[in-house]
Design a protein around this ligand. Structure first.
Ligand code: ATP
Length: 316
C-alpha cells in the first residue's frame, strides 16, 4: 500500500506542476493569439507622449464594436452582436474616469480596446457597420506601434497572472532589468514588502503551486508593485469582483489611489465606493452609456446610479 501510495502521490505532484505551467502557457498563448490578429501598419510610428504624461489624454470617439462581426458556423449566437454602441468619452490627462454597470454591459471591453487587444475603425470594421476611434494624446491607437502603446499603459487586472517563478521576477516583469532595490521599493509602496520578507527566501521565494501561495489581495498588490515599477502615464484598473475582506479592500483602494495620482486612469469599478472621486462616472447597460456625470450629479439625478448606490449602501 505504502509502496503504491508514494509513486501515485509523486505523480500527483508532477501533474499539478505541469497543469500549473500549462495554465500560465495557455494565458500567454491566448495573449499571443490576440496579438497576431492585430498588426502594426507598415512604418507605424511610436506613440509620442511627453515624459511627464501631461498630454496623455484618452478619448473614445463614437466607438461601436462587435467581437465577432461575422457569425461563425459553430456559434451563430455570438456572431455580429454589437457589444458597444456609439461610445464617446474623454479622460483628460491625469484624471480618472470610472465605469460601472451590470455584468456583461461592456466595461472590460472598453479596457481591452484601449490596450488594443482588438482594433476599432479599420476598413474591415467600417464595412461591417462598426466605427469610431480611440485616441491617446490625439493619436489614433490603431496607427501607432503596439509596443509603444503598451509601454504607455499599465493594467492592474481582476486576476493577476503570476508566473511560476520568484517573487522578484513576478514584480520585475513590470520593468525588465529592474534592480533588486527598485523591486523592493515598488513592493514597499504596494505594501507587500513585509509579507515577502517574512517568507524564508524573501524575494527569491518561488510563487505558485509548490511555493508561496498568495491570496487575491496579495496578488493584486504584486500587480500594483509591477505597475509602480513600470510607471506608465495611463492606467487601467479592473477592480476584483471577488470579495476581499473590507479592511483589505479599503487598503488596496488607498494604494490604487496612490498609484493613480496624476495618471490618466480608467477604473472598471465593481464597488461604487471606488468611484466617488472620479472626474466622470459612466453608467453602462447592454453596451450603452445610460448615465454619466460626477458622483454628486448622478445622485442628484436620482436615476440608475442613485439606485445602485442606495442598494450598495444598504448591503454594506
Ligand atoms: P463583468 O462585470 O462581468 O466583468 P463586463 O461589463 O466587463 O462584465 P464584458 O466583459 O465587456 O462585460 O463583456 C461584454 C459582452 O461581450 C458580454 O456579453 C460578453 O459575453 C461578450 N464578450 C466578451 N468577450 C468576448 C469575446 N472574446 N468574444 C465574444 N463575446 C465576448
Amino acid at each position: 500500500m505504502i509502496q503504491l501510495y508514494i509513486p501515485l502521490n509523486f505523480l500527483g505532484v508532477i501533474y499539478r506542476e505541469i497543469k500549473q505551467s500549462l495554465t500560465d502557457l495557455e494565458k500567454m498563448f491566448t495573449l499571443l493569439e490576440r496579438e497576431r490578429e492585430i498588426a502594426d501598419l507598415p512604418n507605424a510610428p511610436a506613440l509620442q507622449l511627453a515624459a511627464n504624461g501631461s498630454d496623455a489624454s484618452v478619448r473614445f470617439d463614437h466607438v461601436t464594436f462587435a467581437y465577432d462581426p461575422v457569425a461563425t458556423e459553430g456559434d451563430k449566437s455570438q456572431g455580429g452582436r454589437t457589444i458597444l454602441h456609439n461610445i464617446s468619452f474623454e479622460i483628460p490627462a491625469g484624471k480618472t474616469v470610472a465605469v460601472v454597470g451590470p455584468s456583461g454591459s461592456g466595461k472590460s471591453t472598453l479596457a481591452r480596446l484601449l490596450f488594443r487587444f482588438y482594433d476599432v475603425g479599420t476598413q474591415a470594421h467600417i464595412a461591417q457597420g462598426q466605427s469610431g476611434r480611440i485616441l491617446i494624446g490625439g493619436q489614433n491607437i490603431k496607427d501607432v506601434t503596439q509596443a509603444s502603446l503598451r509601454q504607455a499603459i499599465g493594467i492592474v487586472p481582476q486576476d493577476t497572472v503570476l508566473f511560476n517563478d520568484t517573487v522578484e521576477y513576478n514584480i520585475a516583469y513590470g520593468k525588465p532589468g529592474a534592480t533588486r532595490a527598485e523591486v523592493e521599493a515598488a513592493a514597499q509602496a504596494a505594501r507587500i514588502h513585509g509579507f515577502i520578507s517574512s517568507a524564508p527566501k524573501g524575494y527569491d521565494t518561488m510563487v505558485g503551486e509548490r511555493g508561496l501561495k498568495l491570496s487575491g489581495g496579495e496578488k493584486q498588490r504584486v500587480a500594483i508593485a509591477r505597475t509602480l515599477l513600470k510607471n506608465p502615464p495611463i492606467l487601467i484598473f479592473d477592480e476584483a469582483t471577488s470579495a476581499l475582506d473590507s479592511a483589505n479592500e479599503r487598503a488596496i483602494q488607498a494604494e490604487l489611489q496612490n498609484v493613480a495620482q496624476n495618471k490618466t486612469t480608467l477604473v472598471i469599478a465593481h464597488r461604487l465606493s471606488t468611484v466617488v472621486d472620479a472626474h466622470e462616472i459612466l453608467v453602462m447597460d447592454a453596451g450603452h452609456i445610460i448615465e454619466r456625470g460626477t458622483h454628486a450629479a448622478l445622485l442628484a439625478k436620482n436615476g440608475r446610479y442613485a439606485q445602485m448606490w442606495a442598494l450598495q449602501q444598504s448591503a454594506d
